[in-house]
Design a binder for this molecule. Structure first.
Ligand SMILES: C[S@@+](CC[C@H](N)C(=O)[O-])C[C@H]1O[C@@H](n2cnc3c(N)ncnc32)[C@H](O)[C@@H]1O
Length: 206
């Protein structure tokens, strides 16, 4: 293992959030990003129907299941990678979000969602503008699926790498939601350029 990779591996293992996640039985440290966003904007409630795009390894779904009471037909997760853990009652779709349509996500039991989450991250190259534009494409697709599957007044939370296309994407979000906030959670690594757009009060465009 190269020196840099070994150092990164050590940092990961010693990271406070990583250790907390392990202790609390969460599949990943990213759970604390969702927890912080939810504590601040209070959008996950009992019975809420939630779609989680980019759900592997499953910590956001674990958190959502705890908060929404985990009733049948309330949780749908999508990722290219299948989960290694089981979330009772959750419907997991293994596939590429870029290839999915709204009709693949809704069903007669879950005809719409109250919350759509996207923690999708692209395969990074280390070339900043390439990674940013890949992240923008994922965000745009998540937003499109959200506007097609959200119930009125629903909420969308999407991860976006800070970059040139951010303003026009945010303008697009604003045309569909009553309030928009941008947050970089404390558990997000300092060097990461990720931010989360929190959009509440969904309505169709005027
Ligand atoms: C940071 S991880 C998500 C972690 C998750 N929120 C959790 O807490 O367990 C990002 C995920 O996005 C997924 N992803 C990226 N692009 C995707 C795509 N086009 N379709 C489906 N999943 C995708 C990756 O496979 C990866 O598992």
């Amino acid at each position: 293992m190269a020196v840099k990779a070994r150092l990164f591996d050590r940092q990961q293992r010693h990271d406070r959030f990583h250790q907390d996640a392990k202790k609390e039985g969460y599949a990943a440290r990213s759970v604390y990003k969702l927890q912080e966003i939810d504590k601040k904007y209070r959008f996950i409630y009992r019975g809420a129907r939630i779609l989680d795009l980019g759900c592997y390894p499953g910590s956001w779904l674990q958190y959502c299941a705890k908060k929404n009471g985990n009733k049948p037909h309330t949780l749908v997760g999508v990722d290219r990678i299948d989960l290694a853990i089981t979330i009772p009652h959750a419907r997991i779709i293994v596939g590429d979000v870029m290839q999915l349509k709204a009709a693949d996500l809704v069903s007669s039991e879950t005809p719409a969602f109250d919350i759509v989450l996207s923690d999708m991250a692209p395969d990074t190259t280390g070339i900043r503008h390439v990674d940013q534009s890949r992240s923008e494409l994922l965000f745009e697709q998540a937003l499109q699926l959200a506007t097609q599957t959200l119930a009125p007044q629903g909420c969308f939370v999407g991860k976006l790498f800070q970059g040139g296309g951010m303003n026009s994407l945010i303008a697009h979000v604003k045309s569909h939601f009553n309030s928009i906030n941008i947050i970089k959670p404390k558990s997000s690594r300092t060097k990461s350029i990720e931010q989360y757009i929190v959009a509440q009060g969904f309505h169709q465009s005027p």
